[in-house]
Design a protein around this ligand. Structure first.
Ligand SMILES: *Cc1c(COP(=O)(O)O)cnc(C)c1O
Length: 425
C-alpha cells in the first residue's frame, strides 16, 4: 500500500512523505539545520548542479526536512509536487513570477487577502504585470478573460468573508480557455477542500495559518497539481523552453510530471531566494499531523459563534455561509460539505466606537490580525488589514466601520459564547 496515495487523509497528515531516518532510525523527521551537503566528488557536485542527478546541494533550493513537508502537502492536496517557502506572500510571488513576465496579463479576483491585493497592484505598477480584475464568480471571470490571459487567480474560501467560490464552474472555464487556475486554499485547508480534485492546477497556502495552527511561525506552500499541460506552450518560457544555465534543459521534458514546480524551485527558490528554515519545516510537519482534528473543531465552534452573533440584536449581518440566511449557503454546502473553516465577518450596529467598546471587553478572544490559530481572534478590517483599500473595495467585501473579522479557535464553545455575551452586555 502506498502511504502517499492509498491511505485516508488523517493517515497521510501524519505519515505522508516521511520515513524513519535511514542512519539513526529517528521516527520524527529530523531537523537538517545545515546550509550545505557534502559532495562525493567533483563529478557528483557537477552532476547535481547541472540537474543531471537528484541530490541536495544548498538549502536555499532544497533541504531534506523541507522536502518531507513538500511531499506531505502534495499528498494532502492530491497534487504532484510541493514547494515550501518563507511566507504565504512569497508563495504568491514565486507563483506569479514563474507564470508571468512584464507585459503579461492575468485575471485576478477582487476578493482576496489584503496582502495579495497589495502585491498584485505593486507588480502591476513596478513590473507591468497586468491584472484584469473580476469578481470570483464564473460569469465575471469568463467576461474578464481575453486571448492574452495567462493565469486566473482566486481564493477558494474568501478572506475575510468566509464565502466559498464555485470552484468546479471556474475550473471548467479555465480549462475551456487552456489557462492555468491558481487558487489560494489557506482558509479551507486541504482537510476541508482539495481544489485539485475540482480542477484547479496550482494551490497556494499561507502555512502561517491552519498548517501551523497556533500562530507561531510564518511560512508558505505551493502545490503543483501536475494537471496542466505546459509542454511546448510558448506562453510559459520558464517551464516550456530551454534553460541555458543548465545546458539547455527543458523542464517539461526533464520533469514531465511537475515542470511548474521545477521552474518555481529554480527561479523562485534558487534565484529569488525566499526559503523556509528547516526548523520551521519541522514545526509545520508537526502542525499538519493534527490538521483534520483541528479543522473539525474549528468548524464546530465557528458555527456556534456565527449563530450566536446572528441572533444577537447588536449585530446586523454575519457573513458565515452556513447560516440558513446566507445567499451563498448552497454553494458552500456543495463545495465544502464539512465546513469551510472558521473565518467570517460580523457587522455591529454603530461604528468604530461600538466595535472598540466590545472588543476591549473580550477576555477569551484576542484582538490581533492573524487567522487560523488555536486561540479565537477578532480584528477590525477597516482600520488594519483593509485600511489602504479604496472605499469602493470595502463595499464589495461588505466591510464597514462596524465590521469585525472573527477567526474562531479551539476553546470550549461555552466559554466563547459567554465571553461574547459578557462583552456585549
Ligand atoms: C495570511 C494570508 C496570506 C499571506 O500569508 P503570510 O504567511 O502571512 O505571508 C495569503 N493568503 C491568505 C488567504 C492569507 O490569509
Amino acid at each position: 500500500m502506498s502511504i502517499e496515495t492509498e491511505t485516508g487523509f488523517a493517515t497521510r497528515a501524519i505519515h505522508a512523505g516521511s520515513v524513519p531516518d535511514p542512519t539513526t532510525g529517528a521516527r520524527a523527521t529530523p531537523i537538517y539545520q545545515t546550509n550545505g551537503f557534502q559532495f562525493d566528488s567533483v563529478e557528483h557536485g557537477a552532476e547535481i548542479f547541472a540537474l543531471r542527478k537528484q541530490g541536495f546541494a544548498y538549502s536555499r533550493a532544497s533541504n531534506p526536512t523541507n522536502a518531507t513537508l513538500e511531499r506531505r502537502i502534495a499528498s494532502l492536496e492530491g497534487g504532484e509536487t510541493g514547494i515550501a517557502v518563507a511566507s504565504g506572500q512569497s508563495a504568491w510571488l514565486i507563483v506569479m513570477l514563474t507564470l508571468l513576465a512584464s507585459g503579461d496579463e492575468y485575471v485576478g479576483s477582487r476578493l482576496l487577502f489584503g496582502g495579495s491585493l497589495g502585491l498584485m497592484k505593486r507588480l502591476e505598477q513596478r513590473l507591468n504585470i497586468i491584472c484584469r480584475w473580476a469578481m470570483p464568480t464564473p460569469a465575471s471571470i469568463q467576461a474578464a478573460i481575453t486571448p492574452r490571459t495567462k493565469a486566473i487567480i482566486i481564493e477558494t474560501v474568501i478572506n475575510p468573508t468566509g464565502e466559498v467560490v464555485d470552484l468546479p464552474a471556474i475550473a471548467m472555464i479555465a480549462k475551456a480557455h487552456n489557462i492555468p487556475l491558481v487558487v489560494d486554499n489557506t482558509l479551507a485547508s486541504p482537510a476541508l477542500l482539495r481544489p485539485i480534485e475540482h480542477g484547479a492546477n496550482i494551490v497556494i497556502h499561507s502555512a502561517s495559518k491552519f498548517t501551523i495552527g497556533n500562530g507561531t511561525a510564518i511560512g508558505g506552500l505551493v502545490v503543483d497539481g501536475g494537471n496542466f499541460n505546459f509542454k511546448d506552450d510558448k506562453r510559459y518560457p520558464l517551464i516550456s523552453e530551454s534553460w541555458e544555465e543548465y545546458d539547455g534543459i527543458v523542464l517539461t521534458e526533464a520533469v514531465p510530471k511537475a515542470p511548474f514546480a521545477a521552474a518555481c524551485r529554480l527561479m523562485g527558490m534558487k534565484e529569488l531566494g525566499p526559503s523556509m528554515a528547516p526548523i520551521l519545516a519541522f514545526m509545520f510537519l508537526n502542525g499538519l499531523e493534527t490538521l483534520p482534528l483541528r479543522m473539525a473543531k474549528h468548524v464546530e465552534n465557528a458555527g456556534k459563534v456565527a449563530e450566536f452573533l446572528e441572533a444577537h440584536p447588536k449585530f446586523t449581518h454575519v457573513s458565515y455561509p452556513y447560516l440558513k440566511s446566507s445567499p451563498t449557503r448552497d454553494t458552500a454546502l456543495r463545495i465544502c460539505p464539512n465546513g469551510a473553516g472558521c473565518i467570517f465577518m460580523a457587522t455591529m450596529n454603530g461604528g468604530r466606537k461600538e466595535v472598540n467598546t466590545f472588543i476591549s471587553k473580550l477576555k477569551v478572544f484576542s484582538h490581533l490580525v492573524n487567522i487560523g490559530e488555536s486561540r479565537s481572534l477578532v480584528s477590525h478590517p477597516a482600520s488594519t488589514t483593509h485600511r489602504t483599500l479604496p472605499l469602493e473595495d470595502h463595499k464589495i467585501f461588505g466591510i464597514t466601520e462596524g465590521t469585525i473579522r472573527f477567526s474562531v479557535g479551539l476553546e470550549d464553545a461555552e466559554d466563547l459564547l459567554r465571553d461574547l455575551s459578557e462583552a456585549l452586555a
